[in-house]
Design a protein around this ligand. Structure first.
Ligand code: FAQ
Length: 329
């Protein structure tokens, strides 16, 4: 069912270290990547390429599903019927993105169940930003505007990458994220041009979200563990620092033009066109991505509750006596 017949079972560290790819196949594979060809699930691929793709796509899928939670809590409290309908549609889209991405990761041979288990056990990560609280409606506008914008910068770049199923999923996701970004910008503008209380609320939200957004693109290029390999194999099409810089370039002016400021006196563009900012506290980033952020426990508890209370639905769908009901990816 998965990975064109290939079933990925995570090898031990010793086996991984001992694994050597066939050098001829590796050279052919790298030549295909250099020519800009797409790699498809039935194609030969290096062990490490498969493993890295599973890690990255799986984390991305978890991020979409966990990312629905901070905004989801605001559906009942959205200001007005129109905003409520839009938010319901957006949250539903995010979960749909999770579905698309789990399906893309499944083509590499890891089952969805194994991925969900790894999320729930804390083995697999998800984006840092979803471990912060959405305290006010302004937080929802910051997520819809700036987190979606950050996600688009990353996803548009990576949709030009080398693995076919991931790129196709990203293309579709980007269309929907563009709508999310527009609605987020609209809601953000409504507050930023509103009453003093609304402006204060949006400024407070920006003050709290600034650092997590800087963290969103990952550690600096010097500290990034996976970038070199992922960029060589065209899984990542831009480095963490380049994506962060592109985001700041596009969106800092859009916030400043509304009279909202950033809580960092050192945020500025230098003569080379690169953004500079204060040390964003990478220790906090590490704590958050390793399970010790302000909302990690709450988010995981909600996910575990959903997993357990809906198990009967999956069991009914996955009855082994009725293989035709399996969800073909
Ligand atoms: N959060 O070596 P690098 C969204 C980890 S979707 C948590 O630089 P890499 C939609 C990294 O995993 C948002 N962990 O890693 C939405 C690694 O740990 P590991 C998600 C992070 O992979 C919007 C370690 O640090 N998008 O928002 C983060 O080369 C609104 C070392 O880092 C994607 O997942 C982080 N921010 O580059 C939904 C896109 N950054 O695994 C709802 C695909 C780094 O060795 C509402 N992913 N880490 O234990 C990517 O492009 C890459 O994975 C990066 C990180 C760029 C995120």
């Amino acid at each position: 069912m998965y990975g064109g017949g290939y079933i990925f079972s995570e090898p031990t560290k010793a086996d991984q270290a001992a694994h050597v790819d066939d050098p001829t196949k590796l050279a052919e594979f790298e030549a295909r990547i250099d020519r800009g060809e797409k790699i498809e699930p039935h194609d030969w691929m290096p062990f490490e390429y498969r493993k890295q793709l599973i890690r990255l796509i799986e984390q991305h899928a978890h991020s979409e599903v966990m990312g629905a939670l901070p905004e989801g809590t605001w559906i009942t409290r959205a200001p007005g019927f129109r905003r409520k309908m839009i938010l319901i549609a957006k949250v539903q889209d995010e979960v749909g993105h999770g579905q698309l991405l789990y399906a893309a990761a499944e083509t590499l041979g890891k089952s969805r169940e194994a991925m969900i288990n790894d999320l729930l056990s804390g083995k697999s990560k998800y984006s840092n930003v979803f471990n912060y609280p959405a305290k006010t409606w302004a937080d929802v506008t910051v997520i819809g505007f700036l987190i979606d914008a950050a996600a688009i910068v990353n996803q548009v770049a990576n949709s030009k990458g080398s693995y076919g199923p991931y790129c196709r999923a990203l293309e579709r996701i980007c269309y929907e994220e563009s709508f999310h970004l527009k609605q987020g910008h609209d809601a953000f503008i409504a507050l930023a041009t509103g009453t003093k209380a609304q402006r204060d609320m949006v400024q407070d939200a920006i003050n709290r979200w600034y650092k997590p957004i800087i963290h969103f693109f990952g550690p600096s290029d010097k500290a990034s563990q996976h970038s070199e390999k992922l960029m060589k194999w065209k899984v990542k099409m831009a480095s963490n620092d380049d994506m962060r810089n592109q985001f700041l370039d596009q969106y800092v002016p859009k916030v400043l033009e509304l009279g909202i400021t950033f809580p960092d006196p050192n945020l500025k563009k230098n003569a080379d066109g690169k953004w500079e900012f204060s040390d964003p506290d990478w220790d906090e980033f590490k704590r958050v991505i390793n399970g010790d952020g302000p909302c990690n426990a709450e988010r995981m508890a909600v996910r575990k509750y959903a997993e357990e209370s809906n198990r009967w639905v999956r069991c009914a769908l996955m009855n082994p006596m009725q293989p035709a009901t399996l969800p073909y990816a």
